[in-house]
Design a protein around this ligand. Structure first.
Ligand code: S3P
Length: 166
């Protein structure tokens, strides 16, 4: 059974896909993203799944997608920002190299703005961000073997810090 070389976790908009691609390039491996897997398998966008079926249904789909990707992929794997909400998923991350890309709330608001494609931020993004970070920060920290702050850093700089931390 293969296992990802590196798993990236962290909030939406933190740059998991940009940094993940750069990291994969530097390591000479492939990049995979569980959000992309879900969209491909479902033939719908993540926002459509949220609207059609609600968040609990999305989380169930995500849980399976993450489990499969963790079993199949041997490169860099980025998880959707909320994947770590699931306790079984967190348990599956034990013993792996997991990099938590972090950012503070103001940076998050600045980066994602009023992006309607992100269903969790549809109203009052600053308040939503504060709540999301408060609810999730400790879960990201729980699964992480390295934490890389992205605030004020370019994706290339974040990638280098992540590589140094591996
Ligand atoms: C979510 C993050 C998104 C996507 C969905 C829910 C979250 O992934 O899975 O919109 O709960 O934080 P990204 O972190 O890749 O944007």
């Amino acid at each position: 059974m293969s296992a990802p070389l590196v798993v990236l976790v962290g909030p939406m908009g933190v740059g998991k896909s940009t940094v993940g691609r750069l990291l994969a390039e530097r390591l000479g491996v492939t990049y995979r993203d569980t959000d992309d897997d879900i969209v491909a398998a479902q033939g719908r966008t993540i926002a459509e799944i949220f609207v059609d079926e609600g968040e609990p249904a999305f989380r169930a789909i995500e849980k399976t997608a993450v489990r499969d990707a963790l079993a199949e992929h041997d490169g860099v794997l980025a998880l959707g920002g909320g994947a770590i909400l699931d306790a079984d998923t967190r348990a599956l991350l034990a013993g792996r190299r997991v990099v938590y890309l972090s950012m503070d709330v103001e940076e998050a608001v600045r980066r994602t703005g009023l992006n309607a494609a992100r269903p969790l931020l549809a109203v009052n993004p600053r308040k939503q961000w504060r709540e999301l970070m408060e609810a999730r920060r400790h879960l990201y920290e729980e699964v992480a073997t390295a934490v890389v702050a992205t605030d004020g850093r370019t994706p290339e700089e974040v990638t280098q810090v992540a590589l140094d931390a591996l």
